[in-house]
Ligand binder design. Sequence first.
Ligand code: ADP
Ligand code: MG
Length: 309
Amino acid sequence: MGKKNVLSVKNLNKIYSKNKSQPINALNNLNLEVKEGEIFGLLGPNGAGKSTFINILAGTAVKTSGEVNVWGFDLDKNPRQVRASIGIVPQEVNLDPFFNPRKLLELHAGMYGVKKKDRITDSILELVSLEKNADSYARSLSGGMKRRLLIAKALVHQPPILILDEPTAGVDIELRQNLWENVKLLNKQGVTIILTTHYLIEAEEMCHRIGIISKGNLIALDSTKNLIDKVQTKKVTFLTDKEINVEKISMPSLKIISNVNRKLTISYEKSKLKIDEIISCLSKQGTKILDISTDDADIEDVYIELIKN
Ligand code: ADP
Ligand code: MG
């Protein structure tokens, strides 16, 4: 590796106290580093502090204490340079419905002080596959197109770091795939990506490293592969000749994940249970097993495991 850090956060705290009897400690001594060229995933349950972190970088929330350094610039000393180094795709879609994509990008570039001759509006539109919709009203765009337009908007000043806050929430699967292809392409072109997502499987597919945040604090940080290797949970799906009565199955660490259409999916801890014990338990019910498929733990298992402790 040996890649340099493009973002580093030290002892970052954020306390919301306005108009509240009880102050909220949204970020609690957060420490984090993101390396140049990686896709970094920030995961965590609702209210963990993900958006607060991103809003501090975006300048729409003010930190209570701690140090933030982006692309070599200190947030306290050089807030404008920090802003120039990042493009932010916010959680909420917020577009003026009466502008078309081209106009919107031009206006936004103007806001960032990008000179006319330095604008790359057409190539950005192409990058997010919106060149054919460049002149349609924003309100006529589909949900997925609007998301892509938000990404385009974050790119007008050609920032080396792109930050996406739950960019695929509420976007259907097909468009989601398309959106991620665009993000991967940007990463190939050298843009460092930081994203938050609720779709944990997606984080597993997309990210080189994953940080898990809970109650404003990092509780895990590793390569995606190492995080998954850490948990010893195994997932198995049985296809059987008849429906299984799951109430009769009770074994150490075994959890029923789903049981529909003669397909039973369970999880268990490898240290506490062996696959042949499960098979013989099913056989005792007079069930014939027609097929077995196993899965290593996905990030969701890691996540649940970590939150529990
Ligand atoms: P996440 O994005 O991980 O869901 P948030 O950063 O949105 O989490 O929220 C973290 C905590 O801070 C939550 O308890 C939330 O209610 C609180 N919070 C977020 N924004 C504000 C705000 N503007 N004022 C007061 N509390 C807030
Ligand atoms: Mg959020």
